[in-house]
Design a binder for this molecule. Structure first.
Ligand code: AMP
Length: 208
């Protein structure tokens, strides 16, 4: 069984590392942020509620998020494995997860604040294939080099909201490092390095 959580501040590279892990290890990727953004796009009730919190960089209330993740993890494609990206973000969410589908591996992607801010402000997403880029690594910040889809900047990737997201992480989410350390499931990973190097380290830990 490989039930995996990726922990780390916004901009630590959870999305980028997820792309590599799901492609190569056939894991079911669950990104709560992606689920919420899809709901906003589809203008659902959930989307209407979530958009207020997300546009400010605040967390969507626990009871809503826990219900979404519990339901998603009950599906047949998550019974023996999953890759959770962006959940849990609070102690309450972590405790709930331990009750319905406890993770065995928690990778804590740690990185300096300066690096995070720079990564987030320069981040661009592909509207077609979902790939993630940094403007310093691509020639054209409007077109996806993989599928020619249109690149866009997430609404919450601006300086003011990024600062709040980092504060929220420090206040609400950073305590999860101790929570998982205490139950001996935590593996710290220096996320300032190249994604391929990080991927190899994670793959090795999963095979040990
Ligand atoms: P992300 O795509 O993981 O950066 O998440 C974007 C935004 O979605 C966050 O800033 C929160 O507003 C919301 N969100 C994502 N995951 C969670 C979660 N586990 N708990 C509460 N809010 C979340």
């Amino acid at each position: 069984m490989k039930r995996i959580v990726l922990l780390g501040p916004p901009g630590a590279g959870k999305g980028t590392i997820s792309e590599l892990l799901i492609e190569r290890l056939s894991l079911t990727h669950i990104s709560v942020g992606d689920i919420l953004r899809q709901n906003i796009k589809d203008n659902t009730e959930l989307g209407k509620i979530a958009s207020d919190y997300m546009s400010k960089g605040n967390l969507v209330p626990n009871e809503i998020i826990i219900a979404i993740v519990k339901d998603r993890l009950s599906k047949s494609d998550c019974q023996t494995q999953y890759l959770l990206d962006g959940y849990p973000r609070t102690i309450e969410q972590a405790k709930a997860l331990d009750e319905f589908a406890a993770p065995e591996y928690v990778f804590n992607l740690y990185v300096d604040k300066d690096v995070i801010v720079n990564r987030l402000i320069g981040r661009r997403m592909c509207s077609k294939c979902g790939s993630i880029y940094h403007i310093s690594k691509i020639d054209n910040d409007k077109v996806c080099p993989k599928c020619s889809g249109e690149l866009y900047q997430r609404k919450d990737d601006n300086k003011e909201v990024v600062e709040n997201r980092i504060d929220v992480y420090n206040k609400e989410t950073a305590v999860l490092v101790d929570y998982y350390k205490d139950s001996e499931r935590l593996i710290n990973v220096d996320s300032s390095r190249d994604p391929e190097v990080i991927y190899k380290e994670i793959e090795k830990a999963l095979n040990d």
